[in-house]
Ligand binder design. Structure first.
Ligand code: SF4
Length: 261
């Protein structure tokens, strides 16, 4: 590690945490750990996670609360691990659909099939070179003015306008490429929002996994509650009751239909 991280010095808490995580992979147990800032917790879990994924051929998913940490792991920490461990492994990032350029929307725009306002035209000009050469279609690669980035939605993939298997650009589709990368990845880096929503989906985005590391877990209970719970408001309840039976202005609802039979 010292050869890969400039100024790296071995910290006993970091080694202890890495050893505890490695033990938990072996023992198939749960571990809750808290360490102070500056200990280097990311590297402490990445080392055992990568070693486990490579030697046991079992995928490990790492979930963060913030996209900033997700990006830091992918762009800074994983390269350190690659260099210091010298292991051959595949990693992939899983992000929400709207992070990816929809090639069909983009082609529609540059072929003039969609009218744009002035800011949108400026935005398209700013992303043209990137769109033609990006391998991931991930908006995170774009280094453009925040004012222009507000027009991202006109080219962003979204579930409502996606043509799915009817799309003529499935070969080029960046989201489909992302899903394929996930399928073959040993290590997947994602965020809590996507990981939790995925639990509720009939067709999963994340491929099967048995090992999960939840970083930035201090608000995970609240996030889990928000994503996994079902909200039932009084107004919705009254509406459902109304569908069952309403007396005014005239009798209607399923119950009155049944009683009339
Ligand atoms: S498959 Fe969906 S997201 Fe992908 S390019 Fe086609 S319409 Fe866009």
């Amino acid at each position: 590690m010292a050869n890969s991280v400039p100024g790296y010095s071995c910290r006993s808490e970091q080694v202890k945490l890495a050893a505890a995580i490695a033990h938990n992979f072996e023992a198939k147990e749960f571990l809750v750990a808290e360490v102070g800032t500056g200990v280097g917790k990311t590297l402490a879990y990445l080392v055992p996670a990568v070693l486990w994924a490579v030697t046991e051929k079992e995928r490990v998913v790492i979930s963060t609360k913030t996209k900033a940490l997700q990006q830091q792991i992918a762009e800074k920490d994983i390269p350190i691990i690659v260099q210091s461990l010298g292991k051959d492994f595949k990693f992939a990032e899983a992000k929400g659909r709207d992070n990816y350029l929809c090639w069909r929307k983009y082609i529609n725009i540059i072929s003039g099939r969609r009218k744009l306002d002035l800011t949108e035209q400026e935005f398209i000009q700013a992303i043209l070179a990137w769109a033609e050469q990006t391998a991931t279609g991930d908006r995170n690669e774009l280094k453009i003015d925040g004012r222009l980035l507000r027009s991202w939605g006109i080219v962003a993939a979204d579930r409502y306008t996606c043509w799915k298997e009817m799309c003529p650009y499935t070969e080029k589709c960046f989201r489909i490429k992302m899903l394929k990368r996930l399928e073959s990845a040993d290590i997947i880096i994602t965020n809590h929002a996507l990981m939790l929503s995925d639990l509720m989906l009939p067709f999963k985005i994340l491929p099967e996994y048995r090992h999960l590391i939840i970083d930035e877990a201090h608000t995970f209970d609240k996030e889990s509650f928000d994503k996994l719970s079902c909200r039932f408001h009084r107004d919705v309840f009254v509406e459902y009751l109304g569908q069952l039976y309403t007396r005014t202005p005239y009798e209607k609802g399923y119950l009155s239909m049944l009683s009339g039979k």
